[in-house]
Ligand binder design. Structure first.
Ligand SMILES: Cc1cc2nc3c(=O)[nH]c(=O)nc-3n(C[C@H](O)[C@H](O)[C@H](O)COP(=O)(O)O)c2cc1C
Length: 739
């Protein structure tokens, strides 16, 4: 509900909101500019009488003196029958410049207030402000939910991509946007009579005035008592009318001053409502509070980005939740897929699974976990795919699952498997999937397969899980998950370096270029297409000729290197790694790129500790190659034998020489030292701890077991510090690319 409340009006109002925000950001500059142009005397330095006296000396035809909210003093006068207005110095009364409201600001203000459409536009602008208010409130509640509570609101946010940008920006801007929206809605509601009117009618014109010879304005006692800083406006009497008076408006009230005696004839203080209204206007416009204006303007500048990221998130969610075709009925289904999802990405995986099982000839029923039926009479297989939210809690479409499970009655024939989707950056990785697995076991159901956990939507892990399920149910199918099918690139192998044969770890560094167009004469330009843009650490997806599922390889180069490089270890019986290892220079493959911005060294010059084993060195070498500024970068890498599989040995030597790599520490498990990368980290314990203390980031790439071992060692090393791997992970300082 909260999500709909945040998503739908947000989408509708995005365009209008962007207009309001962009114009608001421009207008927010006006108070600061006015303030910079104004001469502001200290409090008590100049009285209104003194100011008026000085002004009249230079402008004998003064009709009105106005002090703007930013402190600038403007004189409206008549000279030779012509009206004029000048910005004047309150210290001398001399003109500084002719006063002419900027046509640009006036136009922007009209666009902001009414979309240049009079009353209908004003109403629309008011409605947009109200929508903004709704978005701020629902967004704050979503943010609280995302952070895990009000107290966690300021902690580093996990997640990545557009969602992370949206949440981070929103957190930065929400107070400013809330203030603008609240005050804007209030002003609109008041203008259209939805709130009581607070404008005040001033005191009636005095019945009696002295009517004598006018005294010089600088001597009028009532004006001498008012400090310039309180002045709003002073309207002068008609020149030859002894019955006329000065009309004085201050920040506290309104009154009339006798031009002969200088007496305050009538005075009325501002009502409370009028003071509140004045504050609301100031809080909305920054008038008189130029610093607030700049804060509000900065907050408004985030609205276009929030709108774009918000629409993108909405669209992805919408696409992922599109209806499933051919969904079998509960009573007929042989296989049941239940989906627990909050942001709908898990639905994309469920749809791929459903399509494959359906293609394999099974009747499949797929629904959200909240819709767990009491009974699936024909089903022999229950597959639960669920994400985890909050602090290891159920996602939205699974909140009622545990309660419904108590009503569930199922015979022993139904076997289940739970597949968890989560993110290792969160402390309770896939906790809800683990809870569901345990709850189903307690219910007496037997497992088809033990629970498996997928980190950050890893497509290859998903297809491997599918292979295992396919074997267990003796039904051939394979799973491919590609959230948005990427265009494929034709690549040509231009070079390969082979390692590790002697130690049973055949590993090759493969370098590809974009394939030349066949038959295109080499001397002509553009014979070879440019590679698409990518960074080291991004992924190359390859579907081997006999396979259906893509396998992903971390890139060891970035597009600016001119080649696409991967480092591939041949797995026993591995379809894709075998296919790649058989390639000869000149052979071509189709691949597609997937960006992986979550696995990159941070910019800046804090130390980066790169840890890897085997082919995991690929992206780490890519990061080092890019480190042309020579920021501190240390590599810990483990192989089997320095004679046989010391991958990238010559390159690393060069990088040490030209300072792209600060320190290199290798461990070889099948040499005399029999060491693993964890041992090298332990030996360097003090240095590693010191680097973490100074803000170092750690990037780990390689097999799952190695990554687990490294995590334990780093936790041991960090014991004397108030941080551990999980805290570093939450701060984006411990990143893993694990397979
Ligand atoms: C606010 C928030 C909280 C999350 N909490 C956890 C968590 O506690 N444990 C975990 O493993 N993943 C957590 N995740 C990651 C999601 O489970 C993961 O991104 C998953 O793929 C989302 O799938 P869905 O879009 O289908 O809900 C969280 C994500 C967000 C945005």
């Amino acid at each position: 509900m909260l999500r709909q409340l945040h998503g739908l009006p947000g989408l509708l109002a995005a365009l209008l909101l962007v207009t309001l925000a962009a114009t608001g950001a421009v207008l927010a500059l006006a108070p600061a500019m006015d303030r910079a142009a104004a001469v502001i005397p200290a409090a008590g330095e100049v009285s209104v009488a003194e100011l008026a006296g000085r002004v009249v000396e230079h402008y004998p035809g003064t009709e009105q003196i106005v002090r703007g909210p930013s402190g600038g003093v403007i004189v409206y006068y008549s000279r030779d029958g012509q009206p004029g207005a000048d910005l004047v110095s309150p210290l001398t009364g001399e003109g500084i410049a002719p006063y002419e409201p900027s046509a640009f600001f006036t136009w922007v203000r009209d666009l902001h207030r009414s979309f240049l459409l009079d009353d209908a536009g004003r109403m629309l602008a008011g409605a947009v402000a109200a929508v903004m208010l709704l978005l701020c409130i629902s967004g704050t509640l979503l943010l609280v939910r995302r952070s895990g509570g009000w107290t966690a609101l300021l902690r580093p946010l996990p997640g990545s991509g557009g969602k992370r940008i949206h949440a981070e920006l929103a957190r930065f801007a929400v107070l400013g946007l809330l203030l603008s929206a609240l005050t804007g809605s209030y002003m609109a509601a008041q203008r259209f009579g939805l709130l009581p009117e607070t404008s005040q009618i001033g005191p009636a014109f005095p019945a009696e005035v002295a009517g004598g010879q006018p005294a010089p304005v600088a001597t009028l006692s009532a004006l001498s008592k008012v400090d310039l800083r309180e002045l709003r406006e002073l309207v002068f009497p008609y020149p030859d009318d002894p019955q006329d008076v000065y009309s004085l408006t201050t920040s506290d009230g309104f009154g009339f001053v006798d031009q002969a005696t200088g007496e305050l004839l009538k005075y009325q203080s501002r009502s409370e409502g009028s003071v509140i209204q004045q504050w609301i206007v100031s809080l909305h416009t920054g008038e008189g509070l130029w610093w607030l204006g700049l804060i509000l303007g900065a907050a408004a500048l985030t609205v276009p980005v929030l709108s774009i990221t918000g629409i993108t998130i909405w669209w992805q969610r919408h696409r992922a939740s599109e209806q499933l075709p051919d969904n079998a009925d509960v009573s007929q289904a042989e296989a049941v897929i239940l989906v627990g999802s909050e942001g709908n990405t898990t639905w994309g995986f469920a749809r791929a699974l459903r399509a494959s099982l359906h293609q394999a000839g099974l009747r499949v029923h797929c629904s959200e976990m909240n819709a767990l039926a009491d009974h699936y009479p024909q089903a022999s297989m229950l597959l639960v795919l669920t994400s985890t939210y909050g602090n290891g809690d159920a996602p939205a479409s699974a909140r009622r699952f545990m309660a419904r499970l108590s009503e569930f009655r199922e015979g022993k024939a139904l076997k289940y498997a739970v597949l968890g989707f989560g993110d290792r950056q969160f402390p309770n990785f896939c906790q809800f999937a683990l809870d569901v697995d345990a709850a189903l076991a307690r219910k007496g159901l037997s497992r088809l397969h033990s629970v498996e956990l997928i980190d950050r939507c890893c497509a290859s892990q998903f297809s491997e899980w599918g292979d295992r399920i396919s074997e267990l149910i003796r039904t051939p199918f394979s799973l491919t998950y590609d959230p948005l099918p990427s265009p494929t690139v034709k690549l040509e192998l231009v070079e390969r370096s082979d390692y590790g044969l002697a130690v049973q770890a055949p590993t090759s560094i493969l370098r590809f270029e974009a394939a030349e167009q066949r038959g295109w004469p080499k001397f002509l330009p553009r014979a070879r297409k440019a590679l698409p843009s990518f960074e080291a650490g991004d992924l190359l997806g390859v579907i081997p000729p006999q396979g259906q599922a893509a396998r992903f390889y971390s890139l060891a180069s970035s597009s600016t290197d001119g080649v696409l490089e991967i480092c591939v270890r041949k797995k026993p019986g591995g379809l894709c790694s075998g296919y790649l290892h058989d390639l000869k220079p000149g052979d071509r493959i189709d691949g597609f790129l997937r960006h992986n911005p979550d696995f990159r060294p941070a910019v800046g010059n804090t130390p980066v500790i790169l840890i890897g084993a085997g082919a995991g060195i690929g992206p780490l070498t890519g990061f080092i190659r890019k480190n042309t500024k020579g920021n501190p970068m240390y590599l810990y890498w483990g192989g089997r034998n320095s004679q046989s599989d010391f991958l990238y040995q010559p390159e690393l030597g060069r990088y040490l020489e030209d300072n792209r790599l600060t320190g290199l520490n290798t461990a070889f498990s099948r040499s005399d030292e029999r060491a693993y990368v964890q041992d090298k980290l332990r030996q360097d314990e003090i240095a590693v701890r010191q680097m973490v203390r100074t803000g170092a980031q750690i990037l780990v790439c390689g097999g799952r077991d190695m990554a687990e071992g490294v995590k334990q060692v780093i936790d041991e090393i960090l014991k004397p510090l108030p941080v551990d791997v999980e805290t570093l992970r939450a701060e984006g300082r411990y990143l893993e690319d694990v397979y």
